[in-house]
Design a protein around this ligand. Structure first.
Ligand code: SAM
Ligand code: SF4
Length: 321
């Protein structure tokens, strides 16, 4: 379905939980209250939203959280979304800590790709950013996912004074492994407002100095706004997602749903309609209406550059990044 700015909205990011087994400092602060379970959509309810969304032309789905793999049955949900007629692609984003033990099930669910979030390869910094010493598990999971032949993307958020120097080791993962290493600019949402991110323009300039043969690769496409580059000698690629310094709202193709059923058309604004009641009343017409309203109400662009314009006050872990 097209929104009011002629953008084809065909991609839906669905958060299935606000729980997480890490505490990344820019995403989930310690002590944040958890949402009562009865407010969280059950899998059947998520499936009925997906079924109506498909009928509006939304064919690509990303399962996110919180950490989606802490919710029991996540792989089975993915399998069931994949089975809805008209669904073309289901992927997930995970911190990778529990991934190894779920890989078999995810492959059987016919998942189309996995994004693994990882901001450093330094064990001490990993602990300081995430609050836990789980780096080894994530590294093992990345290699296993690649061995399974899955489409793997490693998503990295750089923060000034914290891990800004860690990009070379992260990028070098793509030398020997056929995966995409993507740098995502920190957005001023929730705890992200308290940290300073790194501009991808500046990052690309230092990357190009180090890898003179780097060039755009127009063949690689994800669901979104990443711009991809190939580096000679690398099996994988570099991706840059520049939400702040490369505003890509003109080509934004997505809506989101939080674990409680809040539909969101843009990360910047706390504007949205809750779909839970319609789902619990099994009111298919109403579900479709709410989805349509969300798509039609999608703003032309975010205004992350104007802090006072940001009306979204939830933390990223509660929204689903
Ligand atoms: N737990 C899963 C994970 O870490 O991939 C899924 C949820 S997490 C909220 C999804 C992504 O959002 C992660 O890659 C994380 O780094 C990113 N993220 C969280 N807060 C952010 C912010 N303020 N700006 C940019 N990305 C952010
Ligand atoms: Fe958890 Fe992902 Fe947020 Fe880190 S980024 S706290 S892993 S939800």
């Amino acid at each position: 379905m097209y929104d009011n700015y002629q953008r084809n909205i065909d991609y839906f990011r669905i958060s299935i939980t606000d729980r997480c087994n890490l505490r990344c400092r820019y995403c989930m602060p310690e002590g944040i209250p958890l949402i009562p379970m009865e407010q969280i959509l059950r899998y059947e309810e998520i499936l009925s939203v997906c079924t109506e969304a498909v009928s509006l032309g939304i064919r690509k789905y990303k399962i996110t959280g919180g950490e989606p793999l802490v919710r029991i049955g996540c792989a089975d949900l993915i399998r069931r979304i994949k089975q809805i007629p008209g669904v073309e692609q289901v992927t997930m984003t995970t911190n990778g800590v529990l991934l190894s033990e779920h890989l078999d099930a995810l492959v059987h669910a016919e998942i189309d790709g996995i994004n693994i979030s990882l901001d450093t390869l330094d064990p001490a910094r990993y602990q300081s950013i995430t609050g836990f010493s789980k780096l080894d598990r994530v590294m093992t999971a990345i290699e296993e996912a690649v061995d399974y032949g899955l489409n793997v993307k490693v998503n990295c958020v750089l923060q000034k004074g914290i891990n800004e120097e860690d990009w070379p080791e992260l990028l070098e993962l793509a030398r020997d492994l056929p995966l995409h290493v993507r740098f995502i600019e920190l957005m001023p949402i929730g705890e992200g407002k308290k940290q300073e991110g790194v501009s991808n323009n500046e990052l690309f300039s230092v990357i190009s100095d180090r890898y003179p043969g780097i060039h755009r690769d127009y063949r690689i496409h994800g669901n979104g706004p990443a711009i991809y580059y190939k580096i000679p000698g690398f099996r994988g690629s570099l991706g840059l997602i520049s939400a702040i310094h490369g505003k890509f709202c003109d080509s934004c193709n997505r809506i989101r749903m939080t674990s409680t059923g809040d539909l969101k058309s843009c990360l910047c604004y706390d504007k949205g309609i809750n779909i839970r009641e319609a789902v619990r009343n099994n009111d298919r017409e109403q579900i479709r209406e709410i989805l349509k309203k969300t798509i039609c109400g999608k703003p032309r662009m975010h205004h992350f550059e104007e802090i006072k314009e940001i009306t979204e006050h939830k933390k990223m872990v509660q929204i689903g990044g």
